[in-house]
Design a protein around this ligand. Structure first.
Ligand code: PMP
Length: 361
């Protein structure tokens, strides 16, 4: 009998359970569970997708030069220091593959994005979870957890699922005080929802131990095409490019992203609408006795009295056709993460939470 066994660490990875997108017997369902842009991608990017149909028989670009050039122009970066991947997920995975292995430690925050741990375990490294301070990234706790085995530190800023953010001075303090062998990965998946958040140009220019990751899945509304990018020191981008499959991105995704990144007016419109509706939603929930931390992203983390109440509210919302995310897998089972939808969806969800709090089941 042969015995085929995976690498150590792989079986410690919990299978990712995908979110629902429909509820049996309920119509008019709205999905507010994956932090998607409710307005979809820019119309110009949709047109680029339609045009790309004529090139489906061609292999796509291997160096992504046109897209990297567009990103560099819009964000004021050096195109040679950009790498594009199948979602920022792929860039995060490359970083683990390239820089962490058996015996190495990979730090992520208490309520950090699930992929950091998956990437570390898949690379055979040891994930190390560091506590937050009231659901906010704690730089001192991270620095205290670093050892001579720490190879990577992942922080999302703003963070998912908490929505909280630390300032640039804190990020710089973290980068400055890390051990010499440690790379800081600053995950900016939600950066475009923050007014004035740059592409990491200053941070990456100033030091050799910071990589910024970004995505087209959130404000750009292209989650379905799976495309993201990273910005870092030349030597690191060179390393990541060596393990990147030559045709990792489809021509359709590249074409759409290139047009989307240039449509800055559309991005700005989405950012402003998100800010307005996020404030409205957080206030409406608070009025119903459901508090949340100040979110800088496109969701709010609504806190309930306990896990049972969050679960009951989640079920009630589902019956109303509102799919949100109970974040048990992030050790926050007493909370529901609610994506900021369009105005009608925000009103529906606030109304339903109010009814639930008033006793409806
Ligand atoms: N980082 C964070 C913090 C996220 O929330 C997500 C998506 N949920 C990602 C990275 C990955 O996004 P994508 O692979 O779609 O770019």
């Amino acid at each position: 009998m042969t015995k085929i066994t995976p690498q150590p660490g792989i079986m410690d990875i919990a299978l990712y359970v995908g979110g629902k997108s429909h509820v049996d017997g309920v119509s008019n369902v709205v999905k507010l569970s994956s932090n998607e842009n409710p307005f979809g991608p820019s119309p110009a990017a949709q047109e680029a997708v339609r045009r790309s149909v004529h090139e489906l028989h061609r292999y796509p670009s291997t160096d992504h030069a046109a897209l990297r050039g567009a990103i560099a122009e819009v964000y004021g970066l050096n195109a040679d220091q950009i790498i594009c991947g199948v979602g920022s997920d792929e860039i995060l995975t490359f970083l683990c593959q390239a820089y962490a292995g058996p015996g190495d430690e990979v730090i992520h925050t208490e309520h950090g994005f699930a992929l950091y741990k998956i990437g570390a375990l898949a690379a055979g490294a040891t994930p190390v979870e560091v506590p937050e301070q009231d659901r906010v990234t704690d730089v001192d706790a991270i620095l205290a957890a670093c050892t001579d085995k720490t190879k990577l530190v992942f922080i999302a800023n703003p963070n998912n699922p908490t929505g909280t953010m630390i300032g640039l001075a804190e990020v710089e303090r973290l980068a400055e005080n890390l051990p010499p062998q440690t790379l800081l990965v600053l995950d900016g998946a939600y950066a475009e929802f923050v007014d004035g958040y740059d592409g990491g140009a200053g941070l990456v220019r100033a030091r050799t131990n910071v990589v910024m990751t970004r995505t087209f899945s959130k404000i750009y509304g292209l989650g379905g095409l799976r495309i993201g990018w990273g910005y870092g020191p030349q030597e690191i981008i060179d390393v990541l490019n060596r393990i990147r499959g030559p045709f990792n991105l489809s021509g359709t995704a590249l074409a759409a992203a290139e047009v989307a990144v240039r449509d800055t007016a559309y991005v700005e419109k989405c950012r402003l609408e998100n800010t307005r509706l996020r404030t409205w939603l957080a206030e409406a929930l608070a009025e119903h006795g459901v508090p949340s931390d100040t979110s800088m992203a496109n969701f709010v983390l609504a806190r309930f009295a306990d896990t049972a109440e969050a679960e009951a509210c989640n079920l009630y919302l589902q019956k109303q056709g509102l799919i949100v995310r109970q974040v048990g897998s992030y050790n926050l089972p007493f909370a529901l993460r609610i994506t900021v939808g369009d105005e009608a969806s925000c009103r529906r969800v606030a109304h339903a939470v109010g009814q639930f709090k008033a006793g409806a089941r």
